[in-house]
Design a protein around this ligand. Sequence first.
Ligand code: HEC
Length: 133
Amino acid sequence: MLTLMLSAQALAHGDVTPQAVDTAGLDPLGEEWLDQNPYGEDYEQRDLAVEIGASAYNQNCARCHGLEGVSGGIAPDLRYLAPGFDGDEWYKYRVVNGAVRDGRVYMPKMAEHLSQEALWAIRAWLETKYVEE
Ligand code: HEC
């Protein structure tokens, strides 16, 4: 119940209380955004990236996008995002730009709150949840 109330509130104000994400162990990426997930399937620390991404997602995205990536309908179900480069491009676009319509913030610019490392780790985890449409 508390979670539900909090998510309704977060949505109403479009604000965000980012939770610090510890990305130690992953290759540092710098400020410049990459077009493709450097922690993709072939990444040697893939398991670590997925693990970090899982908790980072649950702390920062789940209240809108749903626990475990299963959307309750408030925001799109991210499990349907195409794996690999196609999904990466759109993923990057959204986390960098957020979503604003008619001056209302539907999704905050998450890249202003979380590091690129944390956001690509989340993407790595999401790929493990991929569901074909
Ligand atoms: C305050 C609620 C909120 C939070 C927090 C939030 N999002 Fe979103 N997100 C949305 C909404 C609403 C949309 C749909 C925007 C639209 O289509 O106009 C969206 C869209 C997206 C999309 C595009 C999905 C598609 O199918 O087009 C991605 C990718 C995404 N969000 C990733 C994330 C990630 C990763 C996080 C956490 C780091 C996050 N979001 C946090 C509300 C949120």
